[in-house]
Design a protein around this ligand. Structure first.
Ligand code: PEP
Length: 249
């Protein structure tokens, strides 16, 4: 089986000013100096440049939390892939459930955003995941398959290995309710099967779990064979907690 470097990403959501972001990075870097994992920080737009500069010379990557699919145009308030690439940002979260829920992010828009990110050498961190109602109705696989088929619909099979997929059950995000390691494994393995059926080199794709990951539960979740890392929200606001999750990977 091809080896997949563990991948741990800090999604700060709408937290941290530039000064707070700088303080976090300075506190984090010495704590993770020995890690072999890919570590990614996802600040708000205003702190991207500061985090890029502070981590220069390290292996830490920087990701935006969203982008528009067009390169330029009359889209007030939006930011495009070339704008992010110019800052030396390396990745971008796409399809986070908060964007789907509060900002009408659609799978059809994601089908355009994912190739637009890749075209500018931005690694898409594509988030998929079911609602509590869908899980209760035993529709988790159906939801995941629909999201993946549409969101990755604009890619050739060989491009899919360049995407990081984050399985984020909506009921576990910011709620303190974590999926069990078995639920995380089952969903991540299903995602890998869907990617394989699309013709992708699915053994090479990093698939993350996200949803109330904390230092106390990270090791067990991350030890599952198809869980290659974590997308972390709340616990990624504190450098000590985030470093402990990186250690667990
Ligand atoms: C997230 O924002 O992607 C997330 C998983 O948040 P939390 O860790 O707070 O549940």
């Amino acid at each position: 089986m091809p080896s997949r470097t563990p991948y741990v990403a800090a999604n700060w959501k709408m937290h941290k000013t530039v000064a707070e972001a700088a303080e976090f990075v300075d506190a984090l870097l010495p704590r993770i100096a020995a890690t072999q994992s890919d570590v990614v920080i996802c600040p708000g737009f205003t702190a991207l440049a500061e985090v890029v500069e502070r981590r220069r010379g390290t292996a830490v990557k920087v990701a935006a939390q969203n982008m528009h699919e067009e390169e330029w145009g009359a889209f007030t308030g939006e930011v495009s892939a070339p704008m992010l690439a110019e800052l030396d940002v390396e990745a971008v979260i796409l399809g986070h459930s908060e964007r789907r829920q509060y900002f009408n992010e659609t799978d059809e828009a994601l089908a355009r955003k994912v190739p637009a990110a890749l075209a500018h050498d931005l690694e898409p961190i594509l988030c998929v995941g079911e609602s509590e109602a869908a899980r209760d109705a035993e529709e988790t696989d159906e939801v995941l398959e629909r999201q993946l088929q549409t969101d990755l619909g604009g890619l050739e099979p060989d491009q899919i290995a360049g995407v990081v997929v984050a399985y984020e059950p909506i009921w576990a995000i910011g709620t303190g309710r974590t999926a069990t390691p078995e639920q995380a494994q089952e969903a991540c393995a299903f995602i890998r099967d869907v990617l394989r059926a699309r013709g992708a080199a699915a053994g090479e794709v990093r698939i993350l779990y996200g949803g109330s990951v904390k230092p106390a539960n990270a090791a067990e979740i991350l030890s599952q064979p198809d869980v290659d890392g974590a997308l972390v929200g709340g616990a990624a606001l504190d450098p000590g907690e985030f470093a402990a999750i990186v250690d667990a990977a």
